[in-house]
Ligand binder design. Structure first.
Ligand code: KIV
Length: 298
């Protein structure tokens, strides 16, 4: 396998993410929720790995990100931490952990950093989050902002829809992003907004924008890894998802082939079974069916 890591081998840090914008380098971002996915995503050269609260929909089977708890985020962040060497590891602050004041937000974020091993946290919302962000940054916790479609606001929004589609809403989005930058974020996710508005925000900010459904002009792109791999069970696939593999089909076919082999007796074969050592077989008066050294391997 050709690992992109060799092209950009150095560890990704928060200052490196900021500097990438000055250098005009596009950053590659993906989600991960477990150790094997984290290893694959990291070894493939991804710059930022997000333990997104999308884990609620993607791997925990919830209807939305709203029920995801801090304990669940910690559990998955620890697993991902063990698999990531190079990428910057960002963990989402789940719904309810930064809505009751800056002290609560700091306590939750510190757990994600100290116990989970995250190098930064992400939280959703615009100007209303500026105070909490300032406080987190003052406590030396790097923060990634997230505006546009904010899935934790599902109950308020009434659905996952294109945001910033009126002139007023677009101006408010640009102002929100600037206020997040002023509060100290090192990057801002722009989710499901018109590409023209994402371009405006990207031009207005000194920190990188990370687009998902926000067009090609963002400084970085992020997708949910399970969507990219064709492992998603969501009823609809948003237009911004490009599927690069069909792992759900590949996994189903492999499991079906295993089931067929078990049912027909083709699995396990002699090579996949352990013969009794010759002396024990002789003592028991059993006829050995295989005698080669190969078959003694564990
Ligand atoms: O939770 C998540 O995975 C996210 C990204 C899609 C940006 O917030």
């Amino acid at each position: 396998m050709v690992y992109l890591k060799q092209q950009r081998p150095e560890k990704v840090t928060v200052p490196a993410v900021r500097a990438s914008k000055e250098r005009g380098e596009k950053l590659v971002c993906l989600t991960a929720y477990d150790y094997p996915t984290a290893r694959i995503v990291d070894e493939a050269g991804t710059d930022i790995i997000l333990v997104g609260d999308s884990l609620g929909n993607v791997v925990l089977g919830y209807d939305s990100t709203v029920p995801v708890t801090l304990e669940e985020m910690l559990h998955h962040t620890r697993a991902v931490r063990r698999g990531v060497e190079r990428a910057l590891l960002v963990a989402d602050m789940p719904y309810g952990t930064y809505h009751t004041g800056a002290d609560d937000a700091v306590r939750a974020a510190l757990r994600l950093v100290k116990e989970g091993g995250a190098e930064a946290v992400k939280l959703e919302g615009g100007r209303g989050r500026a105070e909490v962000i300032r406080r987190l940054v003052a406590e030396e916790i790097p923060v990634m902002g997230h505006v546009g479609l904010t899935p934790q606001s599902l109950n308020k929004l009434g659905g996952y829809r294109l945001q910033a589609k009126t002139a007023d809403a677009a101006c408010a989005l640009v102002e929100d992003a600037l206020m997040l930058q002023e509060a100290g974020v090192f990057a801002v996710v722009l989710e499901v907004v018109p590409h023209e508005i994402a371009r405006e925000v990207t031009a207005a900010l000194r920190v990188p924008t990370v687009g998902i459904g926000a067009g090609p002009d963002c400084d970085a792109q992020i997708l949910v890894t399970h969507d990219l791999l064709g492992l998603s069970f969501s009823k609809t696939s948003p237009r911004f998802v490009r599927q690069y593999a069909s792992l759900r089909d590949a996994m189903g076919e492999a499991i079906q082939a295993y089931a067929d082999d078990v049912r027909s007796g083709a699995f396990p074969s002699e090579q996949e079974s352990y013969p009794l050592p010759a002396d024990a077989a002789a003592e028991l008066g059993l006829k050995r069916e295989a005698d080669d050294k190969e078959s003694q391997k564990p």
